[in-house]
Design a protein. Structure first.
Length: 265
């Protein structure tokens, strides 16, 4: 709109509150930009004309402030409701991930139907949980964790193992080191639901929240893996990520030198 003809001559808004639900007083800023571009804003349900006069400015300012405060209060209530539902083990959105699917539940907890990609629940009283996906994907997850317990296999080796056997990742994509790593550290495969790792309040950039603020619900849905297997893999991953100190490296080199008699570059 600022770089040329936007293709329209005016913007119709129901009332000031519909143009004011922004953080601070962004509504006035956007209205100023529209006015400079020659596109007036008309508030259809207001008793005063938006003609740039002093009375119009006086009426709009408190209404925009009230709308912004209403939006803030509504956000607090929605966040509280989401947190409560997450504590009960229900999903708040997002893709289920490899090996899992979304299941729609009725208000009484009865399973209604499995949701496909892009499907949304139709009723506000319905809830969504995760369930094990196709048998082939479930078997792949279990095999991956079995391979990860082998200290000799790296993440790249595991990805190569499945790619060579034509076992694709999501949407037919090949497995990569990052996708294997995300899968091996995700507790949802043991039925644990975690919510609130990121925050997007007031359209700000994503903020990583500390673990103490997460909502963790063990046993929220049927697990694919045994908890003991998952814990063993986490121990192996932690050791794999550890980096030896200089002294430890020198000690290993000395042992290797005594064993082989020489060191190469």
């Amino acid at each position: 709109m600022l770089n040329g003809n936007p293709g329209y001559h005016a913007i119709l808004v129901y009332d000031v509150s519909r143009w004011g639900r922004f953080h601070a007083d962004e509504g006035a800023h956007y209205e100023f930009l529209c006015k400079n571009a020659g596109v007036p804003i008309h508030y259809c349900a207001e008793v005063f004309p938006n003609d740039g006069t002093l009375p119009s400015a006086i009426f709009k300012a408190p209404k925009r402030t009230m709308a912004a405060e209403y939006s803030r209060e509504l956000g607090v209530k929605v966040l509280s409701a989401q947190k409560r539902l997450a504590q009960l083990g229900f999903r708040m959105g997002g893709i289920p991930g490899y090996g899992l699917r979304r299941m729609l539940l009725l208000a009484d907890g009865t399973q209604k139907q499995e949701l496909c990609v892009g499907d949304h629940k139709g009723l506000a009283t319905d809830r969504v949980i995760l369930v094990p996906g196709p048998k082939k994907e479930v078997a792949c997850i279990r095999k991956m964790f079995s391979l990860a317990m082998n200290k000799e296999m790296s993440l790249a080796d595991i990805a190569r193992y499945f790619n060579q056997r034509d076992t694709p990742y999501l949407n037919g994509r090949p497995w990569k080191t990052a996708s294997v790593s995300r899968t091996l550290c995700n507790p949802k495969y043991v039925g644990c639901h975690i919510w609130g790792r990121l925050s997007f309040r007031l359209n700000t950039k994503a903020i990583i929240r500390p673990p103490v603020e997460w909502v963790v619900k063990p046993g929220a849905f049927s697990p694919i893996l045994d908890q003991r297997i998952f814990d063993r893999v986490q121990v192996v991953r932690k050791k794999r990520l550890e980096r030896p100190t200089d002294d430890e490296l020198l000690l290993r080199l000395k042992k290797f030198l005594r064993k082989k008699g020489r060191l190469t570059g």
